[in-house]
Design a protein around this ligand. Structure first.
Ligand code: PLP
Length: 387
């Protein structure tokens, strides 16, 4: 009966993280640096506000685009934080950032059309491009370039079938931030070759040197860029499943149809919580960003001194992506041996594309004390393994 399953779904690899969790269940004292989710809980007043709004009747379908007051609060916040001027017609609320990615891809892709994706990349892109009938086309990035995409490599990958480029800055899994000059170049290619851009900016508040920059602001780009964002990482709200997308009106009108028929709307109480998070966006989320910065720095300082390890400081996000190939060439082997011997979970880089071979992703999502213990264990493992 398996042949009845779509080839796209059949070909999806089972998640390596899931396999690692099954193995980890046999150990006590496991430290997981595996999951890309803030360890902080959603602030109490955000939860209380959502609860009291639910008690007051916000338990029904909402407009597919999202509650108007949430759309207005987002328009306002995007202007205040990034100086980007949009109106309610340019934005809609989705079921998580993932719902936004899915909505964008389903809005544009026809069977066989290509989407350029710099890799290592967030694995959901590959699955969702396939669900939408498209083809992923990898654009490799390199440790030596800090995993910043090379515009020449992007341009060389464009074919008559190319419809869109996905860029993700700050990047999951590499922690790279695309410098403004490189964004300028990618924007030029998008305009010259008449391509759309999906700019995934879910880690936009987690940039550790300087400020996040968006390709949306480049000349000619507002009319061909859709920005995807989320409350998950910046506001510690992963379980509320709140995301959003903004872009040109001609695009958002069509995407709204996809959202309407796919999910009807995002969760009503999730939207109430998001509204409250924006009202109280008063600096406490910056404190969370600072905590991630300190943790990423700890990992960098510890790992750069371990034999056989190469690592860049994290420029943004909450991930470190060290090269461990000199310790154990196969990063899956590295991750499973580390789990078996030291009870620390990291994710093999190959889960994020071919250029992740020899690397592992470390999510800095435990507090500094636990992270220090994890790094002590990592060091013992590396020194005991490397000859
Ligand atoms: N984009 C990137 C790069 C991510 O890392 C994630 C989550 O890990 C998402 C989008 C989706 O986040 P969510 O669906 O929780 O909003």
């Amino acid at each position: 009966m398996k042949e009845k399953i779509s080839s796209c779904v059949r070909d999806l690899e089972p998640s390596v993280i899931r396999q690692m969790w099954i193995k980890a269940a046999q150990y006590e004292d496991v430290i997981s640096l595996g999951i890309g989710e803030p360890d902080f809980d959603t602030p109490g007043d955000v939860c209380e506000s959502a609860l009291s709004d639910a008690m007051a009747g916000h338990t029904h379908y909402t407009p597919s685009q999202g509650y108007p007051e949430l759309l207005d609060a987002l328009v306002d916040s995007i202007k205040r934080r990034w100086g980007i001027e949009i109106t309610r017609d340019n934005i809609l609320v989705t079921h998580g950032g993932m719902g936004a990615l899915n909505g964008v891809l389903r809005t544009v892709l026809e069977p066989g059309q290509e989407v350029l994706v710099p890799e290592p990349h967030f694995p959901t892109y590959k699955a969702q491009i396939c669900f939408s009938g498209g083809q992923i086309k990898y654009v490799p990035t390199r440790y030596e370039d800090g995993f910043v995409p090379n515009p020449e490599t992007i341009e060389a990958a464009v074919t008559p079938l190319t419809k869109m480029i996905i860029i993700n800055t700050p990047n999951n899994p590499t922690g790279a931030v695309i410098p403004g000059k490189v964004l300028d170049e990618i924007a030029r290619i998008a305009v010259d070759r008449d391509l759309l851009v999906l700019s995934d900016e879910v880690y936009d508040r987690l940039v550790f040197n300087g400020r996040h920059e968006s390709i949306y602001t480049r000349p000619g780009m507002w009319e061909r860029t859709v920005v995807v964002n989320s409350f998950s990482k910046a506001f510690a709200m992963t379980g509320w499943r709140m995301g959003y997308a903004y872009g040109p009106q001609w695009f958002m009108e069509e995407m709204l149809k996809v959202i309407t028929y796919q999910t009807s709307c995002a969760s009503s109480i999730g939207q109430r919580a998001a509204l409250q998070a924006l009202r109280y966006d008063d600096g406490r989320f910056e404190a969370m960003a600072e905590a991630f910065h300190k943790r990423c720095d700890l990992v960098y300082q510890r790992m750069r001194n371990m034999p056989g390890i190469r690592i860049h400081p994290t420029a943004g996000s909450f991930y470190a992506f060290p090269d461990v190939s000199d310790v154990i060439p196969d990063s899956k082997q590295f991750a499973f041996d580390l789990l078996d011997q030291e009870h620390v979970i990291v994710v093999p880089g190959t889960a994020f594309g071919p250029s992740g071979r020899g690397f592992v992703r470390i999510a800095c999502t435990v507090d500094l004390d636990r992270l220090t213990v994890a790094m002590d264990r990592m060091e013992r493992f590396v020194r005991g393994t490397k000859h």
